[in-house]
Write a protein that binds this ligand. Structure first.
Ligand SMILES: C[S@@+](CC[C@H](N)C(=O)[O-])C[C@H]1O[C@@H](n2cnc3c(N)ncnc32)[C@H](O)[C@@H]1O
Length: 285
């Protein structure tokens, strides 16, 4: 285990979190780099432990996640107050009534459709902590449909973690766009950690259609192009993905450093890993 002096816990539960392989990631970070880019930041565990010294640019296409991070950066006190109120209201219900309490929170959230307010950020954390597996399922009309999670005595937030996260976000550029746009200004010497959706195993390279994030084969091919482009720009690139035929074909050993990491299935019910024995860390350095 890499010694971590400061203890950080992500603010949200996140499917595909890199917590399990954080040590492997940190061990393979370049010794020195200029700016740090994380365009698929998710729960942010990699950012939290990344030893950066210069500018940091974080991005995710999830609007609610980035609204939350913006509020933590700029209005953490007000956010804590609101989340605290939602937590107290929720826990005041007896166990058998908590499903209804969850559905009330979800209704409030859905009524704010299109309005990315501080209240929405507080509701979003509440849903993340009480909904099914921390999933964020939005239907085509923009309505959140995640079911009740039956979490026993959930803790909606940890005050010290929000405060620490807020402090770390000062000076960090937060973006909410497609990863391709977020990387437009990356230049020589910058370090980019890419953690996109995993190439699925049950669709081979010829019939690959959609992942749960709606990535198509063309999106994965774009990602390959982008890594090649970043390499030409002189950036250090690290990519996490599945040990799939597609990834092996497009990131051959002769051009990339590849670290194979075993998947511990009992600890990882993540659907992305179905069928694989390993996941990969791929580096152009
Ligand atoms: C595997 S998760 C990242 C997990 C993160 N490294 C962690 O440890 O929590 C992939 C992330 O990519 C985001 N995403 C999906 N498509 C995207 C796109 N086109 N541009 C930017 N982010 C995207 C998802 O919202 C999700 O948070």
């Amino acid at each position: 285990m890499v010694e971590k002096e400061e203890k950080y816990i992500p603010i949200v539960r996140w499917v595909g979190s890199k917590k399990r392989i954080l040590d492997k990631i940190l061990k393979n970070v370049p010794e020195e780099f200029e700016d740090y880019y994380e365009p698929f930041v998710g729960g942010g565990i990699v950012f939290l432990y990344m030893p950066y010294e210069n500018k940091v640019i974080l991005n995710d296409s999830n609007k609610d996640l980035m609204n939350l991070y913006k509020r933590i950066k700029n209005n953490s006190k007000e956010l804590i107050k609101k989340v605290d109120k939602y937590e107290k209201d929720y826990l005041a219900h007896k166990e058998s009534d908590r499903k209804d309490a969850y559905l009330d929170i979800r209704d409030k959230f859905n009524k704010l459709k299109g309005k990315y307010t501080l209240d929405r950020a507080a509701l979003y954390i509440s849903i993340n902590k009480t909904g099914f597996s921390g999933l964020f399922q939005i239907n085509k009309d923009g309505i959140l449909t995640t079911g009740y999670g039956r979490v026993k005595n959930p803790k909606f937030y940890k005050k010290d973690q929000i405060e620490k996260f807020s402090k770390k976000l000062k000076g960090v550029k937060l973006m909410n766009t497609d990863y391709r746009k977020a990387l437009k200004n990356a230049t020589k010497g910058d370090f980019i950690y890419l953690d996109p959706p995993y190439v699925p195993d049950d669709l081979n390279e010829y019939n690959m259609k959609y992942t749960k994030d709606c990535w198509t084969e063309n999106d994965f091919l774009d990602l390959v192009d982008l890594v090649e482009d970043l390499d030409k720009r002189g950036c250090y690139v690290m990519l996490s993905n599945s040990d799939s035929k597609f990834i092996r074909k497009h990131f051959p050993k002769k051009n990339y450093t590849i670290v194979k990491i075993p998947i511990h299935r009992s600890l990882s019910p993540n659907m992305d890993y179905r069928g694989y024995q390993h996941e990969l860390l791929i580096m152009n350095y």
